[in-house]
Design a protein around this ligand. Structure first.
Ligand code: 13P
Length: 250
């Protein structure tokens, strides 16, 4: 954490919970929210967005979504556009999550289009990068991250509406967290990539979150690293006590 950047704790609920359950979870989070300067975001499934947004109104918790389509509108049965998501009250959208890269074959070009569409619709994007286990073991993880950053971020991106999340794939849902120094090394590298692509000033301002098995008992050590500006939380964001426990370290 650095005092120059506002910490972010974001919850990615993935495909979990019903609408009523999600609404109740948000009520519980709001009533147990520790005093914090951090920005708190919850990202429920699309079907919950509108109901959750009415609960979050007048609270300090913001709403995010987990995906948007890369096109503005049209014959894309079953898909949801960025404008539609923004209309629910969502201010953020997660893009480039490794689960979407893996199960839906999303490419860097797709991810870039989604970020641009989200930003055009007035939302910010939480852009995820992260290496797989064989890439970590082969020692090529920094090259992988560089490629993932370079194929997505270009001059059209509004960096003031961008958060980057480093989520090593081997740590997602596995209970195997990156060590604080492993996380900090990659975050510092991401900042260097952003400095090269944009500017040193932007690289010092952009928030970089860590995601992957973050829990109340390991959050503090990760969040105290200089380049770790917050967390993108999966499993532990589905429980108000553990989510608020993480927030208490932010
Ligand atoms: P877990 O916290 O469940 O490992 O998930 C992390 C994640 O994928 C958040 O986007």
């Amino acid at each position: 954490m650095s005092s120059n950047r506002k910490t972010v704790i974001a919850g990615n609920w993935k495909m979990n919970s019903g609408i009523e359950e999600g609404v109740n979870l948000c009520k519980e989070i709001i009533s147990n929210l520790p005093t914090t300067d951090a920005e708190i975001i919850v990202c429920p499934p699309h079907t919950h967005l509108y109901a959750v947004s009415t609960v979050l109104k007048n609270s300090s918790v913001s709403l995010g979504a987990q995906n948007v389509h890369k096109q503005e509108k049209g014959a894309f049965t079953g898909d949801v556009s960025a404008k539609m998501v923004a209309e629910t009250g969502a201010e953020w959208v997660i893009v480039g999550h490794s689960e979407r890269r893996q199960y839906y074959g999303e490419t860097g070009a797709d991810i870039r289009e989604k970020i641009l569409m989200a930003q055009e619709s007035g939302m910010g994007a939480i852009f995820c990068v992260g290496e797989r286990i064989h890439e970590r073991e082969a020692g090529v993880y920094l090259e992988v991250i560089t490629r993932q950053i370079n194929e997505v971020l270009d001059k059209r991106i509004d960096f003031s509406k961008l958060i980057i999340a480093y989520e090593p794939v081997w740590s997602i849902g596995t209970g195997k967290t990156a060590s604080p120094s492993q996380a900090n090394e990659v975050h510092m590298h991401i900042r260097q990539c952003v400095a090269f692509l944009a500017s040193t000033k932007i690289s010092e301002e952009v928030r970089i979150l860590y995601g992957g098995s973050m829990k109340p008992d390991n959050a503090e050590s990760l969040l105290t690293e200089e380049h770790v500006d917050g967390g993108l939380i999966g499993g532990a964001s589905l429980n108000a006590t553990s989510f608020c426990g993480i927030i208490s370290h932010a």
